[in-house]
Design a protein around this ligand. Structure first.
Ligand code: NAD
Ligand code: UD1
Length: 338
């Protein structure tokens, strides 16, 4: 079975994808500098699956170190998760974000060309639809205007990958635009482990639930939405991970660039997330309403038809599953992997 290189494979989405790839019979090699993750996540993936991972600790910007991975392994396809992803931090440190996110992509493409590796799956984001496009987002919409450097790195990396596939006819590029991944593996052994104060909603809710934070602030209740809070397309990370297995199968059979939304197509509001988390886990989440957060859009959700039509992929898990599995991970690992 073919060998897949997961760049940034120890992270939240990479570790869940490793489980699904190993379960589907692929061999997994990871390359990660553990800047936002730890080797323990990979050990747990091995426990869940009963299979081995070949893990390299390196900075993907370091092309010599990366070449060694391609030299030592007969890589069939690359999944590129390696990136910095904190929106607020990207506003403070734009150069760091452009350097890390763009350079990792260029290093991977250079090594792929040298070692004749033809397939790359890229972790893009719904953020590339920007401010102009109406919901639900469809893949043929033009990329829009982003409100922060993190988003722009995704726009630029999509462009770089598309250009590479135009120039190298044998290349297959699959751009996966994730919506809002939440939840954890049902075993409770792997999950999202943000460093410091979480920026994203679900990790914050989970840390309030476990007593690490006092209360959640819901950012804004005067949006033009049914209950006044923002609506997002939350997707269970295991469904998202399975989408990568489908994308690999697709890349192995096709050439050129293809873009897929990975979302459920159904938006839920912040208030609905809090209500559902409270109901399925039989607890109260201390919360208050605050000001809107700069840069937030009222609504973001996918039209998920294309992934179903072409990849034969759709989500299977419910919002209840997402809330239950998040809490299962957090209560079993109150301090994450530490
Ligand atoms: P994550 O931070 O958990 O994983 C990213 C991994 O990449 C980490 O293990 C980190 O250590 C590693 N990494 C970063 N820079 C590196 C470098 N230069 N060399 C080697 N390793 C490096 O994040 P995630 O949530 O798993 O996200 C994975 C990808 O999906 C990212 O590119 C992210 O931007 C994208 N994405 C995430 C979300 C989300 O909500 N989680 C949404 C849309 C897109
Ligand atoms: C954010 C990023 C997006 C990125 C995605 C995944 C912004 C503007 N967007 O998406 O670019 O791809 O994360 O990393 O940062 N909320 C609260 N209280 C909180 C936290 C969040 O009310 O403490 C609300 C937000 O206002 C939003 C919703 O919850 O309405 C979801 O927020 P979040 O999880 O940060 O995701 P996005 O903003 O959709």
């Amino acid at each position: 079975m073919s060998k897949i290189l997961l760049a940034g494979g120890a992270g939240y989405i990479g570790s869940h994808t490793a489980v699904e790839l190993l379960n589907a019979g692929y061999e997994v090699v990871t390359a990660d500098n553990y800047s936002n993750s730890c080797p323990e996540a990979l050990k747990r993936v091995e426990k869940i699956t009963g299979k081995q991972i070949k893990a390299y600790e390196l900075d993907i910007k370091d092309i010599k170190a990366l070449e060694n991975v391609f030299e030592e392994n007969d890589i069939d396809s690359v999944i590129h998760f390696a990136g910095l992803k904190a929106v607020g931090e990207s506003v403070e440190k734009p150069v760091l974000y452009y350097r890390n996110n763009i350079d990792t992509t260029l290093s991977l493409l250079e090594c792929m060309e040298k070692y004749k590796v033809r397939n790359i799956i890229f972790s893009s984001s719904a953020t590339v639809y920007g401010e102009e496009n109406p919901v639900p987002y469809t893949e043929q919409m033009k990329r829009g205007t982003c409100t922060n450097p993190y988003g722009w790195t995704k726009v630029m990396m999509e462009q770089i990958l598309e250009d590479a596939a135009k120039a190298q006819k044998e290349l297959s590029v699959v751009l996966l635009r994730y919506f809002n991944p939440i939840g954890a593996h049902p075993s409770g052994m792997i999950g999202e482990d943000p460093q410091g104060i979480p920026n994203n909603l679900m990790p914050f809710v989970a840390q309030v639930a476990v007593g690490r934070r006092e209360k959640l602030t819901i950012f804004g209740k005067d949006y033009d939405t049914p209950d006044g809070t923002c609506r997002r397309d939350y997707i269970h990370v295991v469904d998202l991970a399975k989408g990568h297995v489908k994308a690999i199968e697709y890349a192995q059979k096709n050439k050129g660039t293809e873009v897929f939304n990975l979302g459920t197509g159904t938006p839920y509001s912040v208030a609905e997330i809090v209500d559902t988390f409270e109901r399925v886990n039989e607890m109260k989440i201390n919360h208050v309403y605050g000001e809107r957060r700069a840069g937030d859009l009222p609504e973001s959700y996918a039209n998920a038809d294309k992934a179903l039509e072409i990849l034969g992929w759709k989500t299977e898990k419910t919002l209840e599953d997402m809330c239950r599995d998040t809490w299962n991970w957090q209560k079993n690992n109150p301090n994450g992997y530490k």
